[in-house]
Write a protein that binds this ligand. Sequence first.
Ligand code: GLV
Ligand code: MN
Ligand code: MN
Ligand code: MN
Length: 413
Amino acid sequence: MRLRPEICGERLLRRLSDFAEIGRTSAGGVNRQALSKEDRAARHLLADLARARGFKVFQDPIANLFLRREGRNPMRPPMLIGSHLDSQPTGGRFDGALGTLAAFEVLEAVEDQGYETEAAIEVVAWTNEEGSRFTPGVMGSMTFVGAAHPNDFRSVVSGEGESFSQELTATLAALPEAIMRPLGTPISAYLELHIEQGPSLEREGLAAGIVTAVQGTRWLTVTFSGSAGHAGTTSLAYRRDPMVAATLALNRLQMSIMPQDDDARLTVGRFSAHPGSINAIPDRVTFTIDIRHPDASTLTAIDASVRATCEEAALSQQCSVGISTSFDMPPGWFSKVMTDRIEAAAQALGLPYKRMISGAFHDALFVARVAPAAMIFVPCRDGISHNEAEYVEPADVINGARLLLEATLGCML
Ligand code: GLV
Ligand code: MN
Ligand code: MN
Ligand code: MN
């Protein structure tokens, strides 16, 4: 008789604590940004754990990391499960790590029982999901599916001037035992477990969200230029102050976009003035805008309205404005076959769930371009994420992993 694999909750919780030590911040969060030495240490630990269980370790040219447990039929493309190990600069312990380590727990649970699967199962840790150190995010999955090439990112530098290329090379070299494989190795399907990063599951007392779609995201960099001058001597009439233009534009955008459409999101997360002197009118003000919407044409309309508002504000201050797009991820839908299988798994386990749309972007959306894909969300306390205070109840961690296991086996039938 084949014994059904079972999640070992204690092992998974211990792993989450162990990985939370890598890049741990004093406030109890994690700073393990993409391709940093902390990210490398986390990859190293995962690869060591995999080898200890006899799983093969691979990486591809963008440093996506794959851990493979063979199936009966080596010709069948593997079922892929996983998430990411990189974090925000003041990130939480669960964003990405939960999905990666729960996927690894699935692999171990299957191995514990010597449970044979027809196709191999592979765990993946995607490179640079967050995009906070090197823009854009989801670089690993975007490259895996052929929507980008590693060369496209060659000139990318971090805010501190670190080179993406150099850090990528160092990260690949840090795992010399990993077998190099080409980009885009075929897969049969992809499943990703993640925390919701919003409050709805917790508020509704649900154990799981079955993610049917992900809203679209665009990242813009806006630069207002004017002329620098003396803060004390330059009267209003002679100023071309990009700070006035920038704040005017932002004020108008904040007052119009979100209040008029409950689904729209507009966030300014970085803002800087040059030369940055207390008593000089700046000559340049730069900031980022993250806009989101579930509807592709509305996202485009918001983008157009950002541009028009910035142009108008620049003109009113005799300044100029330049806007570039650093990331454009259209909204997308997951596979109905996959979401139906997750639903069947949730029902089999007796877990209360709902179908929902993701407000955050995820690697699964790119992977969905090459294979049937879907996601499972679990609740997180007060919906807090991208914050060191992020927390998931142990019972929710374990239920999420059980559902991932059940759904993974269900998708391999
Ligand atoms: C991913 O981290 C996002 O910002 O949605
Ligand atoms: Mn994440
Ligand atoms: Mn994140
Ligand atoms: Mn994310």
